[in-house]
Each structure stands twice: as structure tokens, then as C-alpha cells.
Design a protein around this ligand. Sequence first.
Ligand code: GDP
Ligand code: MN
Length: 396
Amino acid sequence: MNLHEYQGKELLSSFGVRIQRGIVAQSADEAVEAAKKLTEETGTGWHVIKAQVHAGGRGKGGGVKLAKNLDEVKELAGQIIGMNLITPQTSAEGKKVHQVLVAEDVYYPGDNEPEEYYMSVLLNRGAGKNMIMYSTEGGMDIEQVAEETPHLIFTEEIDPALGLLPFQARRVAFNLGLSGTAFKEMTKFVTALYTAYVKSDASLFEINPVLKTSDDKIMAVDSKVTLDGNALFRHKDLAELRDTREENPIEVEAGELGLNYVDLDGNVGCMVNGAGLAMATMDLIKQAGGDPANFLDVGGTADAARVEAAFNIILKDPNVKAILINIFGGIVRCDRVAQGVIDAYKNIGNISVPIIVRLQGTNADIAKELIDNSGLDVLSATEFQEAADKVQEVLS
Ligand code: GDP
Ligand code: MN
């Protein structure tokens, strides 16, 4: 689950990571109130207005603007809220902005010495360890740094049983070229950051830029936080931060129905039981020359109600031109699934795309008979390859 920048910063701050202070606002008027409050608290005269969407590269898309007075706060917040923000990380349609973060300007006017660093904390699966990746080249795309100046990217691997050791925190500060107060500030920053990562069961923190001000403060100016969805049951407070407006609406609805659904770009809708079979089905569709429109695992109990729910979800995707149902009846009996498909088909009524059904396992023969005699526009297949070929036939 992804957090907004402002939520990520609050999380970091609660673990003692210094952040650029800010207040979230839903309207231009709220933004002005937020700016006034920030000025009282921090003494800042200038404010940055930052679009809150689940995508990076907002600066490049015009979603981060500097306001030098309250009139500009109002004007810029008004422009950004409601805009369709297109960045290198959004789709071509962009993302609708519902709220902005009004933040203190931490790049002091006239300051020619602010330094921007890159820092992320993530899991290195290959090493079986956590990892801090950091660079002196902050504020720009890390992918570009990796390509052009890979020697400026450093990594620190952390044994999860030992945690971040003091010498490792010092090495980070050293490699970033820091000394004196800034060195100490950086070791504190990275230690608190790592603690926050572990304690919140995160799978990714990306802070770009980490800022060093001319008075040697180290702080997070941006935050990208991804939490491990499987650990959210341990963090009720964090689970509440989910913003479903930022997610694919069909995926949200499927999740509510208990279906494991991932939207994809192709035109062949898939309904499969078991994640492994679902992956194999997608492979086979590809091999036969097609393109899967989704991944969908209906789970072990493929009864009529679930099949109907799955149909409805698949049909919400306007790109779907054919549906392949591939169910293995191990625990569930194929004839019950077949009946489920037939019932769902009749209930929904106006399915206009061809459907190919492959049922294998217990009572597969009875299931095939049910499908073939149903009088519906549903093709049955026995073999996997045969099913994929039939999909291609109906599409061409
Ligand atoms: P991103 O473009 O989505 O990664 O958003 P960021 O939060 O990283 O902001 C983009 C850029 O805005 C940063 O790289 C900074 O250069 C700039 N920026 C962020 N905060 C401030 C600020 O307080 N003052 C000024 N002048 N610029 C800022
Ligand atoms: Mn950034």
C-alpha cells in the first residue's frame, strides 16, 4: 500500500526523522490557512505547494510550485487542486489532484549551499537483507544517476537481526562527504529512518531529496512510502491511511469481493482458480498470440456467486473481447463450477463477448456436457492448448 507524501512524512516524523514541515489542504482557502499556521510555527515566509498524488516526478509535471506570499499560495493551490497532473510516472491520462501539501520553504532565499541527496531503504531479496541505497546526486531521477554515474550510488546492507550498526550510519554520512554537525545530523537521520522502516513494516522508503541546509540541518523534503500489505493487520492506524481514489477502481471493487484481481492491458479476460494456474494461463494466452486483460484468481471455492462476481469484474474492463475460464477441479467439483458459469451467464444476461471454458479434474466430463448442452454461446475445451487456440480463433 502506498502513502501520500504528507502521510509518509508524518510517519517519518513520528520516529524522529526531521522533515520539511507541512499541512495538507483540500482547497485554496484551506491552503491559505495552512500557510498562515506554518508561518506562525516555523517563521517561514515562502511556501511550497505540492500536489498529493501517488506518483513521483510531480515537480516536472508542474505539481510543485513555490509561493512567495499568501496571494500566491491561494492562486497556486487553486491551480494545482483539481488539475490533471501528468508526470513521467503517471499514465498518459495523468492523475487528478484532490489535495495539496503546503510546506515551509526550506531552500532559504539566497542560499547557494543547499545540498540534495538521494536515500532509499528497501529489501534486497538476493542478499536476504535490508538495504540503504544513497547518493550524493539527489533531486534527480535515480535511474538516470544509475545509468550515467553509477559510482555515485552507494549501498549499505543491513542484517535484519542486528539492525543498522553505528559504524554503518557513520559510513553513510562519510560517503556523502559530510563533516562536523552535518555528519552527526546525518547519522541520526539515517538511524531514525531505518527504525521507521522496520517498525512500520515498510517495503520501500524513498526520500528524494534529502536536504542539507546551509545551517547543517538534514531533513526529508519528499517521501515515497510503500507499506507491506500483508503486515497491515499489525498497523490499524496505518491501514486507515489508504486512499482508494489513487487506486484502480476495478481492483478496489474486486478486493472488496475477495477476488485477487490485477488489471492488465490486453483483451483476453481470464478467470482462473489458483495463482499458479492463473500465471500459466496468462503465459499460454501470450504464446498463442493473445494478450491477457487481467490476472484473476477466484480462489478455491468457485461457486456460482463467485463466478458471477468474477464475470462482473472482468466485464467492467471495456478492452475485454473474449473470456477464458480455466478451472481445475481438485477440491471443487467441475460440474458445480459449470453450473455456476451457466447460472452466472443467465443472471447477467447480456454478455456479448465469447467465452471459452476449460474445466479439468473431478467430474470434468459431466461439466463439459453441461456446458455443451446449455444452449449458451460458451465454447468448451478439454486441453489447455486447445483453450488458448480457441481464444485466438474467436478473436480473429
Ligand atoms: P517530486 O518531483 O514528485 O519528486 O517532488 P519533490 O517533493 O521531490 O519536489 C520536487 C522538487 O521541488 C525538489 O527536487 C526541489 O528541488 C523542489 N522543492 C521541494 N521543496 C522545496 C522548497 O521548500 N523550496 C524550494 N525552493 N524548492 C523545493
Ligand atoms: Mn522527489
